[in-house]
Write a protein that binds this ligand. Structure first.
Ligand SMILES: *Cc1c(COP(=O)(O)O)cnc(C)c1O
Length: 411
């Protein structure tokens, strides 16, 4: 591999980071993950401006941090939870039960009964078996049926395991009615970090088909749940190129789809969205440090730099399977803007995490990243756009590398 494959978008200068996040990162003298609550709040308000009147149910798994939940709940958001533990965390953080839904189609009888005791009344479903269990263990509850999507266009497709075709959704919701449940809605999830507006267009078409078929059977739903999948804007793809989602186009498709569904199926129709990563990813960052910048000769005899960091796949950066993160080296504040930072040469390196696992690298094909040659062991490194799925996808302490402590910064 040659230096020519090294990529120039893999880092930003210190100045490109939002001020509160920069302050939190600068203040950290030990490794941690920091969340910018003001940034999350601004993102939430921006989302409501794009999709007026929509009800937000934050997907808790994206950031199971009490301060983040309390912040969003205070702004009027609810939560999409996947099981009893997440439901309890949401309620503890102050999310009202009426704004907390059980959004997982996978649940045991016991989980359903537990949720029902907690006062949860909205349940996702996608099979006759599950809807019968909800009727038995959460009598009278409201159910929304998840439609399958292809997952095309997303970094993580989520296809196959969840949802059913439109015809089956009609059957499931009819059964719900027969069993004394309230058939309240349909939902989709077009795949996480969905990069195309077409995915929502296709999902909206399926939703329209289900509403029409149900209408013929005298079933009128009150909500359409557009699910998760809204992208973040600060990731790099596996080659190190900034992933720029067509976010304006996505919102335009959603607005058009909502208007058309209301025109065809009644003004009463409400809309829900379950963003996870979109609300938090770009408002969290990790302060890690350099373990070592080392030059080693590989099996082919070629010398290669490796930058080993204190944080990797098992303690915060699990999603390295599909993307890369922008790195900032605050010891070299203008890096990589040369020649402003004279004296700092850049060298192409494979960036990797600290564990004894070869998957713990910033890029599976070992694409190179330019880094300052003068990095010393202990120098801080800031890893941007890791506010989503970092704390939830962390191991107990693989190789003893413990989960990162977190800090949430308010206004
Ligand atoms: C994970 C999940 C979400 C959030 O997905 P993002 O891609 O982070 O927006 C929303 N809804 C459900 C049901 C989920 O499982």
């Amino acid at each position: 591999m040659s230096a020519a494959t090294a990529c120039d978008t893999a880092y930003d200068g210190v100045g490109s980071i939002a001020a509160p996040l920069r302050a939190a990162l600068s203040a950290a003298s030990e490794d941690r993950i920091v969340y910018d609550l003001a940034g999350i709040e601004d993102g939430y308000r921006a989302l409501l401006r794009e999709l007026p009147g929509i009800d937000v149910r934050f997907a808790l798994k994206a950031c199971p941090v009490d301060e983040v939940l309390a912040c969003l709940a205070g702004l009027g958001a609810g939560v999409d939870a996947a099981g009893p533990q997440e439901l309890e965390q949401a309620l503890r953080a102050g999310v009202p039960p009426a704004r907390t839904h059980y959004g997982n189609t996978v649940k045991s009888d016991r989980d359903i009964a537990h949720a029902h005791r907690l006062g949860i009344r909205d349940f996702a479903t996608d099979s006759l078996e599950d809807v019968r269990a909800v009727a038995a263990h959460a009598p009278g509850a409201r159910v929304f049926c998840r439609l399958a999507t292809s997952g095309d266009g997303a970094l993580w497709g989520l296809s196959g395991k969840f949802g059913c075709p439109p015809a089956d959704a009609v059957r499931v919701l009819e059964t719900a009615r027969e069993l004394g449940l309230v058939p309240s809605g349909v939902s989709v999830h077009v795949g996480s970090q969905q990069m195309t507006a077409d995915a929502w267009r296709a999902a909206l078409d399926d939703i329209a088909d289900v509403l029409t078929a149900l209408g013929r059977r005298g079933i009128v739903l009150d909500r359409v749940n557009l699910g998760g999948g809204l992208p973040a804007s600060g990731y790099l793809d596996r080659r190190g190129v900034l992933l720029v989602p067509p976010i304006d186009k996505i919102f335009a498709v959603l607005r058009d789809g909502m208007r058309e569904l209301r025109e065809a199926h009644g003004r009463h129709l409400g809309f829900v969205i379950e963003p996870g990563r979109h609300l938090v990813a770009d408002h969290g960052a990790i302060r890690a440090h350099v373990a070592r910048l080392a030059g080693r000769r590989g099996r082919d005899g070629e010398r290669q730099y490796w930058l080993y960091l204190s944080c990797g796949k098992f303690n915060g950066l699990y999603e390295l399977d599909a993307l890369r993160y922008r790195l900032v080296f605050p010891t070299f504040p203008t890096f990589p803007a040369f020649p402003a930072d004279r004296g700092t040469e850049r060298v192409p390196a494979v960036v990797a995490g600290p564990t004894c696992d070869s998957d713990d690298a910033y890029c599976h094909d070992h694409t190179l990243t330019d880094v300052p040659r003068d990095l010393a062991s202990g120098d801080p490194v800031w890893i941007l756009s890791c506010g989503a799925y970092a704390t939830s996808y962390t191991t107990q302490g693989f190789n003893g590398f413990a989960p990162l402590p977190y800090e949430a910064w308010g206004r």
